[in-house]
Design a protein around this ligand. Sequence first.
Ligand code: PMP
Length: 364
Amino acid sequence: MKFNKVLKDIKTYEAGKPIELVVREFGIAAQDVVKLASNENPIGTSPAVQKAIIANADRAHLYPDDSMFELKDALRKKFSVTDENIIIGAGSDQVLEFISRALLDDESSVLMSAVTFAMYEIYAKQMGAKIIRTASYAHKYDEFMEAYKMHKPKIVYICTPNNPTGDATSKTEVLKIIEAIGKESLIVVDGAYMEYAAAKDEKYAISAKDLLAYENVIYLGTFSKAYGLGGMRVGYGIAQTALINELYKMRPPFNISTLSLAAAIEACNDETFVEESITLHQEQIKRYEAFAKENGFAYIESYTNFITYLFDETMDAAKISDALLKRGVIIRNLTSYGLNAIRITIGTQAQNDVFFTHFSEVIV
Ligand code: PMP
């Protein structure tokens, strides 16, 4: 059997390790495992959303509303756009996939930061496209423009705040890049963690509406982070109608389940939950900053719900991650991104207590 030749060059995406794996491999009880690896919301699922999911359980035999009228209506109001500006995906991941398939082929290239969300590369490579990266992980105007002029990429990814580094790009800088890039490239502004950045400093707040004036820009958002719905898989893209219509050609029918739609609709009405999540996060992340300072290692100023600790050569991110895993603490080792660093999702107070206890012992 001969697979598509593009697969040769693709590394399978490695998701954060599940709790079940640690239970199976290390015999640790599930309740003692602390998962701070996938940037989920540590508070859990809002009670109102849980109710909405249960209330829709007796409709599981019916296909979902493929027009997604109610969810689009909620998003339309939230972002002051029209429903024709919106496409909904099984996670913003699926919207990224639509974008890649709609634009790329084996003569195209895509431009992204040196260290950024891994799926941009994977989806591009699936289409045989070439990956161009800037020199640094920050989204710097000069670096983006130099690479843009040289390669004329079909897609330019701006991930702000950026994953897995946690830094953000100001609205002014993003608009400067958008204004300078020609209309023949699609610019994807991925705001998966935007709620955290906007709450921290409004300089970094970018809303879908801010970008709607540009025909070649799409804003991506997700319910997986601040809205606490990682398990329901709902994300969205917002752009001018002509672009949305093209992306719709890539969408399979019924791509969002009835229960996921119900959950996301309710989540849009439950802004208090998001506010509580962000308040807890802002309190708890201070502990991670203080810990790094006290122990003399660097971290990247975070605008997300995680923090990235950067190690010098006296510390080994891979070894530290493995040692934590054996103790039931799951975090993300970033060595595969070329960084001697770990990424930790900020948990609840209790989860962070467990992290600091084990981390302090592991790094001595
Ligand atoms: N973009 C970024 C930057 C992410 O970090 C993630 C999830 N890790 C996604 C998109 C995809 O999120 P989801 O598919 O859960 O909406």
